[in-house]
Design a protein around this ligand. Structure first.
Ligand code: IMP
Length: 200
């Protein structure tokens, strides 16, 4: 079954790992500062309100964890998992749910937390799904936005960084399930076979 995590990764045959060069695009320190400011903006908009964070698995996990701690006040969270279908780095726009939310969002102030906005097709699907469930407020926070790649007519209410059209990993984002634990967001490029190189 295709997963969201592997669909957009450049394909490499098992046992034939190509050299992967990682270049830091956004340092952990910049991420933490930006996340703190995003949390302040969100709290300004919802000063005394319980905020229900809905994380899109798995890429949003680290972002959600940091954002939740910076938000303060009453915060709860839940997670949803979806797969989008397509070949290589392209998407057909077909999105399938793997895991639904555990609790209702009806009447709640919901903040959807996404790692990256690419074509926007996943977010479009999620917003249509969630709007039907009648939340009190429905807002979106994304850490990264590849504006150039947008197909669907969606935008985030809170955006961490607008980035160029490059494949990125780290801080939750993966390449074939690897690199999610990197503290920085890095651009990954494939080259001749060999080991992973990390450039500052
Ligand atoms: P969209 O539906 O095209 O906006 O896809 C969004 C999803 O694609 C994200 O939640 C990521 O899982 C994945 N994705 C898009 N670009 C990247 C990338 O550069 N690195 C890792 N995952 C990505």
């Amino acid at each position: 079954m295709p997963t969201k995590a592997t669909k957009r990764s450049p394909r490499v045959k098992p046992g034939h790992r190509e050299e992967e060069t990682l270049r830091v695009l956004i340092s952990h320190q910049r991420i933490r500062e930006r996340v703190r400011h995003m949390a302040q903006e969100i709290r300004r908009d919802f000063p005394n309100e319980p905020i229900h964070l809905v994380g899109v698995l798995k890429g949003s996990v680290l972002f959600l964890a940091d954002l939740a701690r910076e938000l303060g006040g009453e915060v709860s969270f839940d997670f949803i998992s979806v797969s989008s279908y397509g070949k290589g780095m392209d998407s057909t726009g077909e999105v399938k749910m793997n895991k639904d939310l555990d609790v209702t969002i009806e009447g709640r102030s919901v903040l959807v937390v996404e790692d990256i906005l690419d074509t926007g097709l996943t977010l479009k699907y999620l917003l249509l799904l969630f709007e039907e469930r009648k939340p009190k407020h429905l807002r979106v926070a994304v850490l990264l936005d590849k504006v150039e790649r947008r197909i669907a007519d969606v935008k985030a209410d809170y955006t961490g960084f607008v980035i160029p059209n490059e494949f990125v990993v780290g801080y939750g984002l993966d390449y074939d399930e690897r690199y999610r634990n990197l503290p920085d967001v890095c651009i990954v490029r494939l080259g001749p076979r060999g080991k992973t190189k990390i450039e500052a």
